[in-house]
Design a protein around this ligand. Structure first.
Ligand code: KG4
Ligand code: ZN
Length: 338
């Protein structure tokens, strides 16, 4: 089964070709234009997808040395994401599937992130806990089996990556903020400032496990802290602020995962999404894994941030179970993991 997968849910135009579970190519065009605005501008994102989708798909096919006619299926992200971005990939995928007379398969972007640790061999096998930490999402999931997911916690306000991006802006760093904060934090003292960590309680009367996250208080604490400083003091303390913010955010994530692990003691815990690129975070979770006795998995950075290889891997699983989507499939910007 040769499969082309397309991902255009946000600001990466991406395509990948997979044969069985073997990844033959993985191409990504990152839209740098958003750096000028300090965040993704939806209209610019969809225009850029329109310009790039054909060359990106052609590059994925030529790198894989697979012709369009040799494809057996076309998979595409249909949500969640920006509607104008989703519609570009989805329309292209539908047209191609129709032209080639092959099945179309719509994939949930979040399920793609769950599969991102399994693009390469030796990924975790269910049941395991997965923490998706990206610019748009912070979701802790119990992967009971592939296709069967229980959300244990989500952010109640900002996503983890969004907090990195907003704090980076406060500190005058470039977008995306995560890599910039990580670099600056490496020269700072994580214990210099005691920023607050939100500890959320179970919702009253709720029987479902509740391991939600909140990062807006932390971001606001950084803002108020910096406002009190003179420009000279801010310059002197920037690395300490970055390190202390990063420390508080990682601690909040790790504490919640540790609480969830006590209730769902799986053999493995997986990290996914752009924030999972962060090396200090990986080290903190590796340490937690040693203490608790779970195996930690995370993808290579290129599979942490948005990519089409993870969409291909999820599609490969669904196609094997015979699932197809109708050509009437609509984009679903608010799609949840279920
Ligand atoms: O998964 P992703 O590419 O896009 C979404 O689906 O949102 O994640 C992008 C997010 C951005 O917020 C970016 O600042 C963050 O991931 N990020 C990082 C690092 N690299 C990317 N955050 C912390 N440390 C990093 N090294
Ligand atoms: Zn994503």
């Amino acid at each position: 089964m040769r499969l082309l997968a397309i991902e255009t849910s946000c600001d990466e135009t991406a395509a990948a070709v997979m044969h069985g579970t073997q990844l033959l190519s993985n191409t990504i065009a990152t839209q740098e234009i958003h750096q000028l605005y300090g965040g993704v501008v939806p209209e610019l994102a969809s225009r850029a997808h329109v310009q790039r989708i054909v060359p990106v798909v052609n590059r994925a096919l030529s790198q894989a040395q697979v012709s369009r006619e040799a494809l057996d299926a076309v998979a595409v992200t249909y949500g969640p994401g920006l509607i104008g971005s989703l519609v570009v990939g989805l329309s292209f995928a539908k047209g191609l599937a129709l032209q080639l007379g092959v099945p179309l398969l719509g994939i949930n972007h979040l399920e793609g992130h769950l599969f991102s640790t399994n693009i390469m061999p030796d990924g975790p096998e269910p049941p395991f806990l997965s923490l998706i930490i990206s610019g748009g999402h912070t979701i802790l999931t119990y992967v009971r089996e592939w296709g069967n997911y229980q959300i244990l916690g989500q952010t109640q306000d900002d996503a983890a990556g969004e907090a990195f991006d907003k704090v980076a802006k406060i500190l005058g760093l470039s977008y995306p903020g995560g890599p910039a904060i990580e670099k600056l934090a490496a020269t700072g003292d994580p214990r210099a400032i005691d920023f607050p960590q939100a500890r959320l309680k179970n919702l009253p009367g709720s029987s479902r496990p509740q391991f939600d996250f909140s990062f807006s208080g932390l971001k606001t604490a950084v803002l108020y802290y910096t406002r009190k400083l003179s420009p000279e003091e801010l310059e002197k303390q920037r690395a300490d602020i970055a390190a202390s913010f990063q420390y508080a955010l990682i601690n909040a994530l790790a504490e919640n995962v540790a609480r969830a692990y006590a209730q769902f003691p799986t053999r493995a815990v997986a990290l996914a999404g752009g924030v999972a690129c962060n090396r200090t975070l990986r080290q903190a979770f590796a340490k937690l894994g040693k203490q608790k006795g779970f195996q930690l998995h995370y993808p290579e950075p290129i599979y942490c941030t948005d990519n089409a290889a993870m969409i291909a891997r999820a599609a490969q699983f669904h196609l094997a179970t015979g699932r197809h989507s109708p050509l009437s499939l609509a984009p679903d910007p608010g799609l949840v993991l279920s």
